[in-house]
Design a protein around this ligand. Structure first.
Ligand SMILES: Cc1cc2nc3c(=O)[nH]c(=O)nc-3n(C[C@H](O)[C@H](O)[C@H](O)COP(=O)(O)O)c2cc1C
Length: 326
């Protein structure tokens, strides 16, 4: 059966598939444009890049596609407010926020007619986001890549949040690698759509270096680790030499100076911006390669169109309209 569209505020994505935002320069317009063209929501990772660069990238995406372009900005960023306002000024369709919780963002959303999508990992924050005016909510579970707000698995966490969110679309995120899981989350668990990210790093269009994609391709189940991030949250990443050093020689990794001053609060154990940029550039020794827990199930680099075709055909082969009352 055909999948339903995903409606967020005044926007309708014909395919209920959201590409998760990935900083720093992992999800740029190069990825967001084809995702939006395929009918999903393309998300530019907006944290820890210069505002002018972000604005130019949003404008580039908006000029290139008629689809939906979002930006993801972590609340933990020191210049969160400027990044949000800059993105709106550049014409982004919606703002997605996570890694902390901003109350003020909903006011900005209302004043500028910009839908705000909150990423949450608990029923309490989901309820609060809906009450304050979120246009949609992403439930991000422990299988996700990057910073994590929970150690609870998607199939345990999602039903708890489904019970308390009644008015706005609820999107499931974390660890999904095929369309069968998409259908499962939508008809069995009552998700209105899903968000995936790791699968999209492993596409031809993603602008990270080939080393990054190859490291994901080579990853086994044991190569995915939880790390400590200066953001103050755990993160999920590939077990590369830097992650091994972090475990045993934390004090040697302290950045000599704070070059980027990117976070509101940083414990300076190492420079997260520097390490994520190194990963983007393919530096296997020094980079920090965020990755979802189920990366080892992905065995190929596809085009964005191929990812969409695969997810949609698999999902539609088993999707039935949800009948349960959640
Ligand atoms: C390389 C990478 C970078 C990420 N960066 C961010 C980010 O900047 N902000 C954010 O909210 N989530 C970030 N995430 C989380 C994703 O947006 C997404 O919700 C999650 O990874 C979904 O799980 P999956 O990767 O297993 O599909 C990142 C994930 C990855 C893999």
């Amino acid at each position: 059966m055909k999948l339903p569209p995903l409606k967020i505020g005044r926007f309708t994505a014909p395919v209920p598939l959201v590409q998760g935002g990935m900083s720093i320069r992992v999800s740029t317009s190069a990825l967001a444009i084809p995702v939006a063209d395929c009918g999903g929501i393309g998300t530019i990772g907006g944290s820890a890049i210069p505002i002018d660069e972000l604005k130019a990238d949003i404008r580039k995406a908006k000029a290139a596609t008629k689809g939906i372009v979002a930006v993801n900005i972590m609340f933990a960023m020191k210049n969160f407010y400027e990044l949000v306002m800059g993105s709106i000024d550049a014409g982004v369709d919606m703002i997605v926020t996570g890694a902390g919780f901003s109350r003020d963002i909903f006011k900005i959303g209302k004043e500028t007619n910009t839908p705000i999508v909150s990423i949450v990992s608990s029923p309490a924050f989901a309820k609060l986001a809906e009450k304050l005016g979120a246009a949609a909510i992403v439930v991000e579970a422990k299988e996700a890549g990057g910073h994590l707000g929970t150690d609870i698995a998607l199939r345990d966490l999602f039903p708890e949040i489904r019970k308390v969110v009644t008015k706005v679309p609820l999107i499931a995120a974390g660890g999904m690698t095929n369309g069968y899981e998409m259908a499962e989350m939508m008809d069995k668990y009552g998700a209105d759509g899903i968000q995936i990210a790791t699968r999209f790093v492993m596409t031809k269009e993603c602008s990270v270096s080939d080393n990054f994609k190859q490291a994901m391709l080579n990853a086994t189940k044991d190569d995915i680790k939880l790390i400590k991030s200066p953001v103050g949250l755990p993160g999920r990443a590939l077990n590369t030499p830097f992650v091994q050093k972090l475990k045993h020689h934390e004090s040697d990794l302290k950045a000599k100076e704070c070059k980027y001053k990117c976070l509101k609060k940083c414990d300076h154990v190492y420079c997260i911006s520097e390490r994520l940029m190194a990963a983007c550039d393919g530096d296997i020794e020094e980079g920090l390669f965020f990755s979802g827990e189920n990366v080892f199930k992905l065995k190929d680099i596809l085009t964005v169109r191929e990812v969409f075709d695969q997810f949609v055909s698999q999902a539609e082969s088993m999707y039935k309209e949800p009948t349960a009352v959640y």
